[in-house]
Design a protein around this ligand. Structure first.
Ligand SMILES: C[S@@+](CC[C@H](N)C(=O)[O-])C[C@H]1O[C@@H](n2cnc3c(N)ncnc32)[C@H](O)[C@@H]1O
Length: 273
């Protein structure tokens, strides 16, 4: 199991309270979410998401699943490219806030247990939400399952800089100035709390190598991270058409599989005798 960050006791009492806390956090701040991200990114957030999707090589007709869709900021940009976009999020508040902005097909659910059949999508997007999952390994396994062979996973995330100085400066901005200004402008403490949590989870998130390694363990290949403006990470990986069979699986085990199972796994090695 790979948790994206250690428990953050200053926000919720015990680790098992995290999921409830996150759901309440987004339900409560949903009406201001789009305003908040525009505010702290100086309006570049939507533009950035659009650029990334445009560069992802999407075609009209591709089936996209946007996990942790929230108000649908990524999904709306995807909808401009292909009509087949499904958003998934556990927060009903976020989904309702997004419904007023675009006619999206949304499903209430969690990334740890995707309510879709195997090989249903060509692309999965996860925009600035990986920090909120319980277990990266489980989520990536679910992504691998619902992607069709050669399907792609695309994750956008903010990565805190390694340099102590740059990290402190970003912390002063994202964890201090932005939440304080948001509280004054919106007059809602919950918006400030959401933004403080945004920074705390970014600051304490596991390093990119851990994320890439979890993708590979779940069966993804060609995993890579591209960085824009020093902090914007774009992770991508492909689910191979023929997943590699773990070395420990014996030839006898291969022989005993049904033909149906074989079709979805690696080819059985040829007989040598
Ligand atoms: C920071 S918002 C990101 C919204 C949008 N993707 C974007 O690019 O702005 C994080 C979202 O993750 C959702 N979330 C939290 N835990 C989740 C989980 N276990 N599975 C799926 N989504 C989750 C929250 O409800 C919230 O809507």
């Amino acid at each position: 199991m790979t948790a994206p960050h250690p428990p953050l006791g200053q926000f919720y009492g015990a680790p098992h309270d995290r999921e409830r806390f996150v759901k309440d956090l987004f339900d409560g701040s949903a009406p201001w979410y789009d305003w908040a991200i525009t505010f702290f990114s100086f309006g570049s957030g939507n533009w950035y998401r659009r650029q990334v999707l445009a560069r992802a090589g999407l075609s009209k007709g591709d089936r996209i699943l946007d996990i942790a869709t929230g108000t649908g900021v990524v999904a709306r940009e995807a909808l401009a490219i292909t009509p087949s976009v499904v958003g998934l999020d556990p927060s009903i508040g976020m989904l309702v806030a997004g419904r007023e902005k675009a006619p999206l097909t949304n499903v209430q659910g969690k990334s740890e247990l995707l309510p879709f059949r195997d090989a249903s999508f060509d692309l999965i997007t996860i925009g600035f939400a990986l920090r909120h999952f319980a277990d990266l390994d489980g989520v990536f396994r679910e992504c691998a399952r619902v992607l069709r062979p050669n399907g792609k996973l695309l994750i956008l995330e903010i990565t805190a800089p390694r340099s102590r100085l740059a990290r402190s400066l970003l912390g002063i901005y994202m964890g201090g100035m932005v939440p304080a200004a948001a509280a004054i402008i919106t007059r809602h403490a919950r918006v400030a709390r959401m933004l403080r949590y945004y920074w705390a989870t970014t600051r304490d998130c596991v390093r990119p190598e851990v994320i890439l390694s979890a993708m590979r363990s779940a069966g993804f290949r060609d995993e890579r991270r591209d960085v824009d403006l020093a902090i914007f990470s774009k992770y991508s990986a492909i689910i191979p058409a023929m997943p590699a069979r773990p070395a420990s699986v014996s030839r006898e085990a291969c022989r005993s599989e049904s033909a149906g199972t074989r079709a979805r796994t690696a080819p059985v090695p040829a007989e040598s005798d």
